[in-house]
Design a protein around this ligand. Sequence first.
Ligand SMILES: [Zn+2]
Length: 107
Amino acid sequence: MILGMTTQNPNTACMCGSYSYEVPVHEDVSGDKVWQLKVTGCTATTQRRFAAGHDAKLKSLIIQAGAGGHQVRRIERDTVVAKDAVRVAADLGWEDLVRDAIARGSS
Ligand SMILES: [Zn+2]
């Protein structure tokens, strides 16, 4: 932490916390559907897009979603946008990196 900075900009929520994906667990005979929610669990605030190291956290989340064939959701206020993982990565400038990682099956 750096004290004594003179910037007036308030911190805003780290972007990684607005992304998630869901993994289907099961659907029972009554039609109830159960998913496991995957998130970064981030509550950090920052002057930048991401808190330190959280771009890596988000890359990992997106790669895991893509490797599992799951869409990634971005939640911003009351709007939810779901896209293929590689398209989410492209929005963030990580398309090649994420596509390669998904192709390798790594996370
Ligand atoms: Zn974060």
